[in-house]
Design a protein around this ligand. Structure first.
Ligand SMILES: NC(=O)c1ccc[n+]([C@@H]2O[C@H](COP(=O)([O-])OP(=O)(O)OC[C@H]3O[C@@H](n4cnc5c(N)ncnc54)[C@H](OP(=O)(O)O)[C@@H]3O)[C@@H](O)[C@H]2O)c1
Length: 287
C-alpha cells in the first residue's frame, strides 16, 4: 500500500524544505500543500526541476471548507496518511504592539486550525503513524510569566479546555485592553505568536494521550532560528538544515517518542521547566 506524507504550508520556507527532504528519503507519496494554489504549483515546479515529484493539493488550514476538500481527496485517492507535518503558521504583524484583529488571525492559523485538522484529518492517520507539530522556542512554557497559567498549563492531566481557556484569556485581554506585558517573556514581543505556540505545544500532549490507542506519535518541535520570510531573512540556519529534525521525527525517531517537545538539535527538552532559558529573545534576530 502506498505510504502518504503531508506537509502543511509547504510552498516556501521550512515546509518546502521538509517536502524536498521527504521526496529524497520517504518511500511513498509526499504532498506539498499551500493555501494559495499559484504559489504551491510554482513550488512544485521548482522541485520538479531538481528531479523531485511531490503531489500537490490546495490546503488552507484556517479554512474548514478547504480542509474538507483535502480530506475528501486523500480519502478517495489513498484512504490514509502515514506522516502529517503541521507546519503552516504566520507571525504577528508587529513585534511590540498587537491589535485584536491580528491576535485572532495569528491564533486561528497557528493554534485553532489544529482542531479542524484533528477532527477531519487525524482520523485518516493510520495506526503507528506520526504527527509533527512545528512549534517554536516561542512555544516553550518559559515564554509564560503569569503564575496562574504556568501552574494550569503544567498540570499532567492538562485538557483541551485548559489550553483553550489560556488562549481565550489572552484574546480577551487584548480585546478589552487589560493585557499585561509582564505576563509574557521578553517584554511580550510577538505575544500572539508566543501564546499560539505555547498552546500548540501544550495541546500536543493532550492529543498524544488521545492518539495512544492507535499508537500514533505526536510531538512538537522548535526548528531553530531559520532564514525565512517569517524572520525577514534573519537566522542561524538554512531551511534545509531546519528540515533535518522534522524529517528525523518523521522517519527515524523511535515510535516510543511521544508527546515530547523537541529542540532543533534533536534533544528532548523539559517543556514544563518554566524557569529555563529556552524562551525566544527578540535580540537574537539581530545577531
Ligand atoms: N523561521 C524561523 O526561525 C522559525 C522559528 C521557529 C518556528 N518556526 C515555525 O516553522 C514553521 C515554518 O515557518 P517558516 O519560517 O518557514 O515561515 P514562512 O517562510 O513564512 O512559511 C510559512 C508557510 O505557512 C504558510 N501558511 C500561512 N498561513 C497558512 C494557512 N492558513 N494555511 C496554509 N498555509 C499557511 C505560508 O503560506 P503563504 O506563502 O501563503 O503565506 C508559508 O508557506 C512555522 O510553524 C513557524 O512558526 C519558524
Amino acid at each position: 500500500m502506498t505510504k502518504i506524507a503531508v506537509v502543511t504550508g509547504s510552498n516556501k520556507g521550512i515546509g518546502y524544505a521538509i517536502v524536498k527532504g521527504l521526496c529524497q528519503r520517504f518511500d511513498g507519496v509526499v504532498y506539498l500543500t499551500s493555501r494559495d494554489e499559484t504559489r504551491g504549483k510554482e513550488a512544485v515546479d521548482k522541485l520538479n526541476k531538481i528531479g523531485l515529484h511531490p503531489e500537490y493539493h490546495q490546503l488552507d488550514v484556517a479554512d474548514r471548507s478547504s480542509v474538507v476538500k483535502f480530506r475528501d481527496h486523500i480519502k478517495e485517492k489513498y484512504g490514509r496518511i502515514d506522516i502529517l507535518i503541521n507546519n503552516a503558521a504566520v507571525a504577528d504583524a508587529a513585534l511590540t504592539s498587537c491589535t485584536y484583529e491580528d491576535a485572532t488571525r495569528v491564533i486561528s492559523i497557528n493554534y485553532k486550525s489544529i482542531f479542524t485538522l484533528k477532527e477531519l484529518i487525524y482520523p485518516l492517520v493510520r495506526n503507528n503513524g506520526r504527527i509533527i507539530n512545528i512549534s517554536s522556542d516561542c512555544g516553550h512554557l518559559s515564554n509564560i510569566r503569569n503564575e496562574y497559567w504556568i501552574q494550569r498549563l503544567s498540570k499532567k492531566d492538562i485538557s483541551e479546555a485548559d489550553v483553550n481557556e489560556f488562549v481565550d484569556w489572552y484574546l480577551a485581554s487584548i480585546k478589552n485592553g487589560t493585557f499585561n506585558r509582564e505576563d509574557i517573556a521578553d517584554g511580550a514581543a510577538a505575544a500572539s505568536y508566543r501564546v499560539a505556540k505555547v498552546a500548540l505545544s501544550a495541546v500536543t500532549m493532550v492529543h498524544q494521550r488521545e492518539l495512544l490507542s492507535k499508537n500514533i506519535s505526536i510531538n512538537s518541535m522548535h526548528p531553530g532560528l531559520v532564514r525565512t520570510d517569517m524572520t525577514h531573512g534573519s537566522g542561524f540556519y538554512s531551511i534545509d538544515e531546519a528540515a533535518e529534525t522534522p524529517i528525523y521525527l518523521a522517519l527515524d525517531a523511535p515510535q516510543s517518542l511521544k508527546g515530547a517537545y523537541v529542540w532543533f538539535d534533536k534533544r528532548v527538552l523539559d517543556w514544563y521547566d518554566y524557569k529555563a532559558d529556552y524562551y525566544f529573545k527578540v535580540s537574537t534576530l539581530n545577531k
